[in-house]
Design a protein around this ligand. Structure first.
Ligand code: HEC
Length: 467
């Protein structure tokens, strides 16, 4: 949105031209791909382009997550911003539409809050049957101190009209191909809450580009996608934004549904607050521990808008539970660290579990309800460790070589898919025939070029690869 104010790298233009015309990854595209991939540092790359990066949980060791270790979720490419030209536009149901420069925003009274952000899809990789989307494991979560101005103050300046019931946020990023812009809407009561911020600093530094430079929304305690990055356009409206990132994505069924069911959008509701959850960050799954050695079981627990009341840990697969100690560092909307010292005695395999309860009395379930978007995974966390001699290596299964990429399928992936995103996003999916057909139909809707024959060939190939 407000494209004139955003200078996009020529690569993006080249990419768009490639989509509109035939389709190929130009040399620029490959260079940009390599560059984005190399800027991931120690993070797990789910998608190099657009960037979806997860924090390996062993690096989540402090209450505040350092900027360079913070997970990254992007629907589209990060825009290139010229700060001197940058403006925030505020319009819609307001008395005085505004355009604010960054220095004007930064002169308003600031507020700093530590807030835990979690992607709604964190844990999606656990769902059975598998669900399309980034296959996050445990680390699409982190906590930072965000500094900015209360959105309420900006809306007050513009003079919100009583008809305004929702606030829409659009960032400087633009949709890929025919995919529309990423726009989210927030109900008014949360939008005018003093803790909802337009943030320009993360942990005392200007926002990194991957985290929304120069400005992002922070909606404390709510699901990650409300925290729109690169925000440069705010509209007050009497209704929810009609786009797919509100009407289709980030929604869950009203009632529990059969695993694998397809659910009508009318039977879903938007996700708002985060659910109660805990993760064990140490020891790691598969770790070898010394019998009699001192071990500290550690992790984090959060409950969105609700404080954590207790975390229980089991060292015997859930037969018995002990109260973990909660860390001193705490704040509304921020996670708590928990610890439980343990000296494993007998050699053998152990299953460690963690289970949090929040101030509202919500407790993590033993098994998560399946939902078609693969959102809000919050089952009790489980880590299996081995005490003593490492377990004998499991007998080698005869390795079946993955089917070779047929030249035709490989050619299609390269020419028709990588114009928009890297293939890592495709490789990680675990979909069946029906799932891949739905996925390719969605991609065609967004601009992927495939004839019916090419689609069949690709589906066969992708199903084989997902096995
Ligand atoms: C016109 C651009 C475009 C083309 C061409 C394209 N995709 Fe996508 N694809 C997207 C966008 C946009 C996303 C969603 C990114 C996000 O939300 O994180 C996506 C996401 C995906 C995902 C992740 C699951 C999901 O739905 O978010 C898969 C799998 C995928 N694409 C497969 C393919 C395949 C296979 C092809 C080639 C036939 C292809 N795409 C071509 C734009 C495109």
């Amino acid at each position: 949105m407000t494209l004139a104010r955003v200078t996009r790298r020529s690569f993006f233009d080249a990419t768009l031209r490639a989509i509109i015309g035939a389709a190929f990854v130009g040399r620029d595209g490959l260079a940009a791909l390599a560059q984005q991939a190399s800027s991931s540092g120690p993070l797990i790359v789910h998608s190099a382009r657009p960037q979806d990066l997860e924090t390996p949980v062993n690096l989540l060791t402090s209450w505040i997550t350092p900027n360079d270790l913070f997970y990254v979720r992007s629907h589209f490419y990060a825009p290139t911003i010229d700060e001197a030209q940058w403006m925030l536009q505020v319009d819609g149901d307001v008395a005085t539409p505004l355009t604010l420069r960054l220095d004007e925003l930064m002169r308003m009274r600031p507020r700093t809050l530590p807030v835990t952000l979690e992607c709604a899809g964190n844990g999606r990789g656990n769902y059975q049957p598998p669900v399309a989307g980034v296959q996050w494991r445990k680390g699409a979560v982190g906590t930072a101190r965000w500094t900015g101005v209360p959105l309420a103050d900006v809306l007050e300046r513009a003079g919100r009209r009583p008809s305004g019931k929702f606030v829409w946020f659009d960032g400087a990023d633009i949709g890929l191909g025919r995919a529309p812009d990423f726009i989210r809407s927030l109900p008014l009561d949360k939008a005018i809450h003093r803790d909802t911020l337009l943030a320009y600093e993360m942990n005392g530094e200007r926002l990194p580009i991957a985290h929304g430079f120069p400005l992002r929304v922070i909606v404390p305690g709510w699901e990650g996608a409300y925290n729109v990055k690169w925000v440069n356009h705010i509209t007050v409206s009497d209704r929810e934004h009609p786009g797919p990132f509100v009407s289709t994505s980030y929604r869950v069924p009203r009632w529990p549904v059969t695993s694998g069911a397809s659910v009508d959008a009318a039977d879903t509701v938007p996700i708002r607050g985060l659910v109660v959850k805990s993760i064990i960050t140490s020891p790691l799954h598969g770790a070898n521990l010394i019998p009699g050695g001192a071990t500290m079981i550690t992790g984090f627990a959060w409950g969105g808008e609700y404080d954590i009341r207790a975390v229980e840990v089991s060292i015997d697969g859930g037969r018995t539970w002990a109260a973990a100690r909660l860390g001193q560092e705490r704040a509304p909307y921020a996670w708590r660290q928990f610890t439980l010292p343990w000296r494993p005695d007998h050699p053998g395999s152990r299953v460690l579990l963690s289970r949090a309860t929040d101030a509202r009395g919500r407790r993590q379930p033993l098994a998560a309800d399946w939902n078609p978007g693969g959102y809000l995974w919050n089952a009790v966390d489980m880590v299996r460790v081995n005490v003593g001699e490492p377990e004998p290596a499991a007998p080698q299964r005869a390795t079946v070589a993955p089917p070779p990429d047929t030249d035709a399928a490989a050619g299609l992936l390269k020419s028709r898919c990588t114009v928009c995103h890297s293939t890592d996003l495709i490789d990680a999916q675990r979909l069946d025939d029906g799932g891949w057909r739905r996925e390719l139909a969605k991609m065609q809707g967004w601009g992927a070029q495939l004839s019916p024959d090419e689609r069949d060939l690709l589906v066969n190939h992708l199903v084989q690869r997902s096995k």
